[in-house]
Design a protein around this ligand. Structure first.
Ligand code: NAD
Length: 309
């Protein structure tokens, strides 16, 4: 049964979607990588005389993600053979192609309304038997699929990869109330054996397990820094390499995750808990929302707590 997934589609080609597609391609699974159609031309596209109707522009987001992956992952980590297994496209032109894959993974922005709309579109072309999962950091799996039909819900679950997906072994699997236990077992087995993950099954509670704890830790650290006047460098010095965790210092991690995504993930809990103690913890400090408002959202835009030089 583990070899049943030969073709996948990843929807959303941002920080996580592109990297999940690369991980699948590395495991020998061919993968459609879809994103939305851009609504504005870049300066280069305008200079080159391109229009919004041209395939090069329509597929720019997904194709750009693959180019970035190639640049940041030189051979042999990311070989041409792996790259050839990823086909970029867009949701407008390529939606019907989802009927030809075995597994569809939703990896778009962390907003319930956007994810629900996307699932409704996927269901229009969904072929019974195809597994559909969400990479949400903590939005309810049940709520996301509440408007979908019973057969679709039976095939729907959370598969939460961690960043960066190639190196992070942990993967949370989250059943909704209607997820078929056989499908859950199959996916846990598949993710362990084919994708090399260490699977933990989590309940469908706000932010599941890892982000309920992780978001809490990051917010407490951030608030302490602001209140006590520590610097970003001081906090990272004591939460990163000195603890034997070279890549997981607090603010490096936030820049890698994306501050916009982190704010959404903190709000997953804030919006759903009703006790004051948790509300206080998951209330995002204005300093962080202010950074997001100015576009300082982390590595993906070249500026977060650190500036990419
Ligand atoms: P991102 O902002 O880097 O990328 C989101 C992508 O979704 C963008 O390319 C955007 O164009 C696309 N998109 C937006 N609306 C869309 C729509 N309606 N249809 C199709 N594509 C759409 O975000 P990300 O960090 O890759 O996060 C994606 C998901 O993965 C979120 O649910 C997030 O919580 C989860 N996640 C993120 C991390 C992380 O470290 N960043 C880790 C684990 C899980």
């Amino acid at each position: 049964m583990v070899n049943q997934i030969q073709k996948a589609a990843v929807i959303g080609s941002g920080v996580m979607g592109a990297a999940i597609a690369a991980h699948l391609a590395g495991a020998g699974i061919s993968c459609l990588l879809l994103d939305i159609v851009p609504t504005v031309l870049t300066d280069e596209e305008t200079k080159a005389g391109l229009t919004l109707e041209q395939p090069k522009v329509r597929n720019r987001l997904a194709a750009g993600a693959i180019e970035r992956l190639k640049k940041t992952n030189p051979a042999p980590l990311y070989s041409e053979a792996f790259a050839a297994r990823i086909t970029p496209g867009n949701l407008e032109d390529d939606l019907a192609r989802l009927a030809g894959v075995d597994w569809i993974i939703e990896v778009v922005v962390e907003r319930l309304d956007v994810k629900k709309q996307l699932l409704a579109r996927i269901e229009q072309v969904w072929k019974p038997g195809t597994i559909v999962s969400s990479n949400t950091s903590g939005i309810s799996i049940q709520a996301m699929a509440e408007d979908c039909g019973p057969e679709f819900k039976r095939h729907f679950l959370g598969t939460h990869f961690f960043n960066p997906p190639r190196y992070m072994k942990l993967l949370e699997i989250i059943p909704g109330e209607s997820t078929d236990p056989e499908i859950l077992r199959f996916m846990a087995d598949f993710c362990e054996k084919r994708l090399g993950k260490g699977v933990v099954t989590a309940k469908d509670t706000p932010n599941f397990i890892a982000n309920r704890i992780g978001t809490y830790g990051l917010l407490v650290t951030l608030r302490e820094m602001l209140e006590k006047g520590y610097t970003v460098e001081e906090v990272d010095a004591v939460t990163g390499p000195a603890l034997g965790r070279p890549k997981s210092a607090t603010f490096r991690t936030l820049d890698l995750v994306g501050l916009d995504t982190f704010v959404h993930v903190a709000r997953n809990v804030y919006d759903l808990v009703d006790n004051e103690a948790e509300k206080t913890i998951f209330d995002v400090p204005a300093a962080l929302t202010g950074m997001v408002e100015q576009g300082w959202i982390g590595e993906k835009k070249g500026q977060g707590f650190y500036k990419k030089v």
